[in-house]
Design a protein around this ligand. Structure first.
Ligand code: ADP
Ligand code: MG
Length: 362
């Protein structure tokens, strides 16, 4: 059997069965995660889902109640943070205010007793990497928020860490700066070949940055996959709602090809959903899938109703449609395809084919 080099390579970071409770709160409810060498993996989840706790367990600031953490095959579950050689950028892990930029960046090297000349060379290189060459003698307060986070980034990578952890590092920055920093982190991570975990609650940020995304909810990873996989085939109702927009129709499976909505009307199912008759499901329709049905045309499912709302979102338009029975549908079409002919109050038929739907359990 042929095994490619990449597949045969052990993951850089492995978390196995990690559980962490705070009183009755299960911050981590059994986390299994493997991150490949050189991969940038995003942990995406709402506030309180356990993201920071997971990073702290990996960094050594929290001990798991159960489970293990392995870095390059070595069990580090009980190692001190300093022994792990992990670089970190946290939103509230501030720079030392009384130290210059260069002293801040040099700090991890001093801890490791790197000789002074070598340390100076590495600090210069790290500052160059984050576009702050020449800023070494300034104090943090003389820098903008974005520059300060770039210093934090330089400090996190200056000692060639085996792993880079970033916990919502740009949460305090405005949108434009945040987008610029996202691209910089990605560039830096690629350039240095770093294995990195990036925590965010912002799906846009996750989509921009990641090779793969782990979606976290209530201490669990609900789905791990590429952005495309997660968008097209969410594995749970939570993921379908958290990533992108979707229409969710609650229904009960009737047979292989049909489910019945709460109001009794049948809705077609895609092939091979694997749900048994009687199962309670959510039929997920992403808003770009439905299309306008003109007189004489047909589709597997057709909904006729009135446009109740129109929202302009950049290059596309979103329409909310409501039929006579109160069923609602959100659609999003590229601006150039919709023209401007639909207005609020217009009656319209919109439909989709069975294969446009995705099914998850309710
Ligand atoms: P996130 O980073 O996704 O917002 P956290 O990992 O910070 O989530 O928190 C997960 C859950 O664990 C939350 O319910 C939080 O209140 C709880 N928690 C985290 N740290 C502590 C702690 N030191 N003491 C008590 N509860 C905690
Ligand atoms: Mg957090």
């Amino acid at each position: 059997m042929h095994v490619s080099k990449v597949e045969a390579r052990a993951p850089d970071l492995e978390v196995a069965g990690a559980v962490r409770r705070f009183g009755t709160v299960e911050a981590l409810a059994g986390i299994d995660l493997a991150v490949g060498a050189g991969e940038l993996l995003t942990i995406l989840g709402p506030s309180g889902s356990g993201k920071t706790t997971l990073l702290k367990v990996i960094a050594g600031f929290e001990r798991p109640d159960r489970g293990r953490v392995l870095l390059k095959g070595r069990d580090i579950t009980w190692s001190s943070p300093a022994q792990r050689g992990i670089g970190m950028v946290f939103q509230n892990y501030a720079l030392f205010p009384h130290m210059t930029v260069a002293q801040n960046v040099a700090f991890p090297l001093e801890m490791r007793r790197v000789p002074r000349a070598e340390a100076r060379r590495r600090v210069d290189e790290a500052l160059r990497l984050v576009d702050l060459a020449g800023y070494g003698e300034r104090l943090p307060k003389q820098l903008s928020g974005g520059q300060q986070q770039r210093v934090a980034l330089a400090r996190a990578v200056v000692f060639d860490p085996g792993l880079l952890l970033l916990d919502e590092p740009f949460g305090a920055l405005d949108r434009q700066l945040r987008e610029q920093m996202q691209l910089e982190v990605k560039r830096l991570q690629r350039r240095l070949g770093l294995t990195a975990l990036f925590v965010t609650h912002d799906q846009e940020e996750a989509l921009v940055l990641s090779d793969r995304i782990a979606v976290m909810n209530r201490g669990r990873i609900e789905q791990l996959g590429t952005p495309q996989e997660i968008y097209a085939r969410p594995s749970t109702r939570f993921v379908a709602q958290f990533i992108g927009e979707s229409n969710l129709f609650r229904a009960r499976v009737r047979d292989n090809v049909t489910a019945v909505l709460d109001d009794g009307r049948p809705m077609p199912l895609p092939r091979g959903t694997g749900f048994a008759p009687g199962s309670e499901i959510a039929i997920v329709i992403r808003p770009e899938r439905p299309r306008r049905i003109e007189a004489g045309e047909d589709a597997d499912f057709v909904m006729e109703g009135v446009v109740s709302e129109i929202v302009y979102v950049g290059e596309s338009l979103k329409y909310r449609l409501r039929d006579d029975d109160g069923l609602e549908l959100l659609v999003r079409w590229p601006f150039r395809e919709t023209g401007s002919r639909l207005g609020v109050g217009d009656r319209v038929a919109i439909g989709w084919s069975a294969e446009d739907a995705h099914v998850v359990s309710w």
